[in-house]
Write a new protein. Structure first.
Length: 140
């Protein structure tokens, strides 16, 4: 089933949704925000947008992480080590990374220094544009 993007910014000039065929992981502890992000990303053509509440749940995806194109996550807190397995798999798998936070630069350290950053709160269009930028960075 093809989902029709209601907003023109969710589509390329060719009419194809901007995230067509992309598989995404969303790490977000606020359930309603996560659901809204999932809806937006799937409307923009994402094949799959998997929700996890935290780094521990994302780590449970194991080696499957490498099969995704993009991960959207909060900034890892350097003092907390539970994010390391996920960040390591993201880096090893060459996934695009989008860090979402209400605190610009908070905790975005060396392993994610080159990630795309999106300030919260954000509009749907901003989320889609940030995903596109993150995917473009990965493809360089």
């Amino acid at each position: 089933m093809t989902i029709q993007a209601p907003h023109r910014l969710f589509r390329r000039s060719s009419g194809v949704p901007v995230l067509t065929g992309k598989r995404l992981i969303i790490i977000e502890d606020e359930f309603l925000i996560a659901l809204d992000m999932q809806r937006t990303l799937e409307t923009a053509g994402a094949t799959e947008a998997v929700l996890t509440r935290n780094f521990e749940e994302a780590a449970a995806l194991g080696e499957a992480i490498a099969g995704f194109d993009l991960v959207i996550l909060p900034p890892p807190v350097p003092e907390e080590r539970h994010h390391r397995p996920v960040v390591d798999r993201i880096r090893a798998g060459g996934l695009a990374v989008l860090v979402c936070s209400g605190f610009r630069g908070s905790g975005v350290g060396r392993p994610l220094a080159d990630a795309e950053f999106l300030d919260k709160p954000f509009a749907d269009e901003d989320l889609i544009a940030a995903c596109e930028r993150a995917l473009a960075r990965r493809n360089r």
